[in-house]
Ligand binder design. Sequence first.
Ligand SMILES: [Zn+2]
Ligand SMILES: [Zn+2]
Length: 347
Amino acid sequence: MLTVNAIAATSATDPLVRTTIERRDVGPRDVLIEIRYAGICHSDIHTVRGEWGEVAYPLTVGHEIVGQVTEVGSEVTKFSAGDRVGVGCMVNSCRECDNCRAGQEQYCTNGNVGTYASVDRDGTITQGGYSTHVVVDQDFVLRVPESIPYQAAAPLLCAGITTYSPLAHWNAGPGKKVAVVGMGGLGHMAVKIAVAMGAEVTVLSQTLSKKDDGLRFGAEHYYATSDPATFEALANTFDLIVNTVSAPVDLAAYLRLLRLDGTLVSVGAPPEPLPVPVFALFGARRSFAGSSIGGIAETQQMLDFCAERGIAPEVEMISADQVNEAYERVLKSDVRYRFVIDVDTLR
Ligand SMILES: [Zn+2]
Ligand SMILES: [Zn+2]
C-alpha cells in the first residue's frame, strides 16, 4: 500500500482537511499516476455534504484528474512512465454487460465504479483526485494530448465529456441550432464544443452578466431567461437544448423552444423529480432526455477533439488550502468557469 497526501471531508458539515489516504499496490494491469491537477466539480460538493445519499467519511473526492504515469504493472500495454494521462468519473465497470461491451461503461447495468465514494472490486471505498497519487486500471485511464494546456485539461474529464457526449449523440453540427442552458462549468464547455462541432449556438442564461464570455466562446446569440420575452422570441427554434442547470427549471417553457423532433437533454439534475409536461412534447414530437458522462472510448475521442480544435476549459487555479473557500464560491456561481487545484501544493 501507498500512503499519500490528500484532502478529505470528515463529515457532511465540517470543512475539508489535509490528511493522508491509502492507495492499493500497483497490480498487473494498474497504472500509478502522480496527480498534478484536480478540478472541482459541483458533484464533489453534493457528495461530501451527503446531499446525494449517505457517504462513508473520511472521503476524498475529485473526478477531474490529470497527471503523469510514474509506474505501470507488468501487464500494462497502453501506458508507460512519463505519459500525460487523465482519469474521469469512473475507474471500473463489469466489462461484461451489453453496455460495457458497447463501450458505454458509464451505463454499466451492474453499476460502474465511481472514482470516489464507490465500492471498489476489493470492497474498499474509492477515493478521488484531491490527492497526490492514484492507482487506476489501465482501461479507465485516458491519454491527455500535449497540446491541451496541462492546467486546463482536468475539467475535460467531467465537464468536457458530460457535454460532448450528448452533443455528439444528438448530432450537433452544421445546420443545427443548439441552445445551452446555464453558463457555468458545464455550460461554458457545452458552448465551446457545440461551436467547434459547427452548430449555431445560443446561450440561455439567467442574466446577461456572462454575455461577453459566451460570445467570445463562439455563441451567436445570448438571451436572459429571467426575461419572459426570451421564451416568446425563441419558440420552436432549437434542434437540441442541453440543460446544464441543476436547479429545477420550467420544463414546459424550455420544451416549447424546440422545433419539430427536437430534444431537450438534461445533464444537470435537481434532487427532486421534475414533472414532465406531456402536452409540450406532443406539440412538436419533442423528446426529453438525460445523459451521463461518456464511455472511455468516447472520452478519449473528446480529448482528441479538444486538442485538435484548440478547445480548453477556462480555469481558476487554487492551492490545496483554498478548497473550502472555492466550494463556497462554486455554490454562489462565483467562478469563471472551473476551479482547479494545483496538486503540487499538497506535496
Ligand atoms: Zn463532475
Ligand atoms: Zn457492465
